[in-house]
Design a protein around this ligand. Sequence first.
Ligand code: ATP
Length: 331
Amino acid sequence: MYKLTVIPGDGIGPEVMEAALHILDASEIDFDYETANAGNECFKRTGSTIPQETISTSKKSDATLFGAVTTVPGQKSGIITLRKEMDLYVNLRPVKSYEGTPYLFKGLDFVIVRENTEGLYSGVEEYTEDGADALRVVTRMASERICRFAFEYARKNMRNKVTAVHKANVLKKTDGIFRDVFYDVARGYNDIKSEDFYVDATAMYLITRPHSFDVMVTTNLFGDILSDEGAGLVGGLGLIPSANIGDNNGLFEPVHGSAPDIAGKEIANPSAMILSTCMMLDYLGETEEAQKLEKALTDVLREGKVVTPDLGGSASTMEMADRVKKIFEIL
Ligand code: ATP
């Protein structure tokens, strides 16, 4: 029995979460859910976007499923706080094109491993006389653990190559360290190919030859930008899942936000949340169950009959989820 923390959040967050849990009910694996609060509605009720109780519950559980939250400017970001508190140093973003969806390239299947704790996101900025400075932090420790994760991930998932992405010709010290550490780590994985590219070239290769990537590992801001480029390649925010992983915890969330414009209309595409649930099952070691769930969703997408309006259908969030559940049950 796994203990899960479920944080539905705001807007379409609770809608896609309900859809994912509806399907998970049909799983052969037992889960014990604890629902926790975060986001703007939570702020209105409690005065906090991420109460301490939510952080402790998440830390104690085997994994956390996160819907989406609305972050009002000036408010502390619940999700960023949670990632920091739980030291979720990996951000994992698969880029995969599924039949029946509006992708730009057929048959894409690679993964971006983004360092989640430092780089230009270390949050150290200060005003100078004529502008402002931001500190770009790259440590050997963080570079090593993210590169190691990328190689371990490649090995576990039968992937053949890891590509490091950096800008060491300009950022000679920070990205120089990142690239050197990458090749130090690569020496322990002779079964997996390694290569490195500059980030600008990579942005182009993602358009000119995206099929050549397998696992990509990079620093925080580059990872942020390239993963959105990746999302563009496979079409549509409603389809893109993500995982935030640390040594002791994992948090799984769709890449989309709370989409207030469609909230309450029951038309949110549940695919990103369902695929995030697949990533959680995989993280928990339930690989077969994860594959079954992905297959059930893939079948529904390919059929294209019971899908939400963003995919050209007229089904509601729960109707689509129910179709996925029916297939999941018989697989
Ligand atoms: P937030 O401020 O919470 O990030 P946002 O509206 O600025 O919310 P997203 O929630 O990421 O940003 O969504 C941008 C747009 O993409 C939405 O307005 C919505 O139309 C569409 N969208 C996002 N997620 C989905 C989904 N699951 N299904 C269908 N459309 C979606």
